[in-house]
Design a protein around this ligand. Structure first.
Ligand code: PLP
Length: 503
């Protein structure tokens, strides 16, 4: 063996050092500023221009992680990380990922590692059961689940399947000729626009349907009108994306009503529940997250956001895999196997874009087994109750106007003494002050020209004290942006009329 390769004993020694390093990182993660304060180029300039000629031990790598890399990281696992949506990881997920890496198998077709396929099928059925997804998304019938890297890949994949179905298989032969249309609300994630561009539908064929209220759910009457107009113009309404938990405000589109409209055109319905979907592990949220799913063609949620599973892990379910396989399958001689030819096995390479595939199911399996349904539901409930606490604190201060609340997400803006923070500068200044301090990290969105701060809770280590510290930091930053006395009267009048949308 090449002397540079690690023998099992040396691998064990270095592996223990790496696991120790990760454990220490988690012990101390709270001590870091949440957001990295480095400037562009700082990290690159600290790295040697050339790789080493001789080998180095893992100790040198770990030393550089401490010295160079950690200051350049924004700590997504920090308990005061409230930006974007959480990107949960957890001990079981890390170990499951390590095992997958250690096995190093490719599960592209059943025969290249039967266990990789069959564990994934079972784990996806488990997740469907935990989320109480409709039977049509379980394996054993026409449908089933597959793990993708991201929700973006999922929506691109089902776009291609929807085009395949709408074109009766011609799209993959003739290409698209500008006649297919896709629909989502103005609040849908940008991955829909990206999928439409990549799939060749063309951005002019993407219809952004208005919402019934600012940052709210899709206006289904407007959807119906747009689909009817497109059909009358000779176009083919091909797919509607229903968002369950929009990125900006957490709005939930009415999937059942959307599906009823889509059915008139035989259009595919994809439900993008990337963040909110996993809340269904707690039965009390299923009314919110699962309504109408029995009418959807596909559904995606990300255990890598709020379900404790290290990025990347998107769970995509389809009611009927035929369109997916019809659109994706390419079978050169070198990929043929007896089992595939006999049609007795699942070959996940035909369910998504890439050929090679990691054994991602291992980390999800590890998470589901470690936490069990009770532990997963407890994690979701903690995030929601921490936001209850945050909301109670925010509502005591008339300078904060909460506009939206959904599960563990809150959106708000500042209200100044002159009424609304009309040009958004005070709200943005508050966010920058908190983020620059390193004490917490928030992100923002814009709804109808109004800048909203988003506080998304869900990191496993976040406790009540972190919420209280965030409230303190927000009040202190607000003092610098708008004096409390000047704001109180106008803000109080404003918040009294402003009930947050959502749960
Ligand atoms: N859909 C929604 C509703 C999201 O909030 C996000 C990301 O935040 C995505 C899709 C994209 O997720 P991914 O990073 O898995 O592509």
């Amino acid at each position: 063996m090449n002397a540079a390769h690690l023998d099992p004993d040396e691998f064990r020694r270095q592996g223990h050092a790496v696991v120790d390093w990760i454990a220490d990182y988690y012990r101390h993660v709270e001590e870091f500023p949440v957001r990295s304060a480095v400037h562009p180029g700082d990290i690159a300039s600290a790295l040697p221009l050339d790789p080493p000629a001789g080998g180095e031990g893992v100790e040198a790598l770990l030393a550089d992680l401490d010295r160079i890399v950690l200051p350049g990281l924004t700590h997504w696992q920090h308990p005061s990380f409230f930006a974007y949506f959480p990107a949960n990881t957890s001990g079981p997920a890390i170990l499951g990922d390590l095992l997958s890496s250690g096995l190093g198998v490719q599960g592209m077709v059943w025969a290249t590692s039967p266990a990789a396929t069959e564990v994934e099928t079972r784990v996806m059925d488990w997740l469907a059961e935990l989320l109480d997804l409709p039977q049509r998304f379980r394996s054993g019938g026409a449908g089933g689940g597959v793990i993708n890297d991201t929700a973006s890949t999922a929506v691109l994949t089902v776009s291609v399947a929807a085009l395949h179905r709408a074109s009766h298989g011609q799209a993959r032969v003739d290409g698209l000729r500008g006649q297919y249309t896709v629909y989502c609300s103005t609040e849908a994630h940008s991955s829909v626009a990206k999928a439409v561009a990549i799939a060749g539908v063309g951005s002019q064929q993407l219809r952004l349907i208005p919402t019934v209220s600012p940052g709210g759910p899709m206006d289904v009457a407007a959807l119906a009108a747009a689909m009817t107009a497109d059909h009358a113009a000779g176009l083919v309404p091909t797919m509607v994306v229903s968002a369950v938990g929009t990125t900006g405000t957490g709005a939930v589109d009415p999937t059942a009503e959307i599906a009823a409209v889509a059915a008139q055109h035989r259009a595919w319905v994809h439900v993008d529940a990337a963040w909110a979907g996993v809340a269904a592990v707690a039965p009390e949220y299923r009314g919110l997250t699962n309504a109408g799913l029995e009418l959807a063609d596909s559904y995606a949620t990300n255990p890598h956001k709020w379900l404790l599973t290290t990025f990347d892990c998107d769970a995509l379910y389809v009611a009927d895999s035929a369109a997916l396989i019809g659109a994706m399958s390419q079978t050169p001689e070198y990929l043929r196997t007896r089992q595939s030819d006999a049609g007795t096995v699942i070959d996940y390479r035909d369910w998504h874009i890439q050929l090679g595939r990691r054994f991602r199911a291992l980390k999800l399996w590890a998470v589901l087994r470690h936490y069990g349904s009770a532990g997963l539901a407890a994690h979701i409930r903690t995030g929601v109750s921490l936001v209850d606490r945050l909301l109670a604190g925010l509502q005591k201060d008339a300078r904060f106007t909460v506009t939206h609340r959904q599960l563990s997400l809150v959106c708000l803006h500042l209200t100044t003494g002159a009424g609304l923070d009309a040009d958004n500068t005070a709200t943005l200044a508050l966010m920058h002050a908190i983020n620059d301090s390193g004490a917490a990290y928030l992100s923002h969105t814009s709804v109808d020209g109004r800048t909203l701060l988003r506080v998304a809770v869900g990191t496993p280590s976040t406790e009540e004290r972190h919420i209280d510290a965030l409230l303190d930091a927000m009040r202190a930053a607000a003092n610098n942006v708008i004096p409390e006395t000047a704001a109180t009267a106008a803000a109080a009048a404003h918040t009294a009329t402003d009930e947050p949308a959502g749960r």
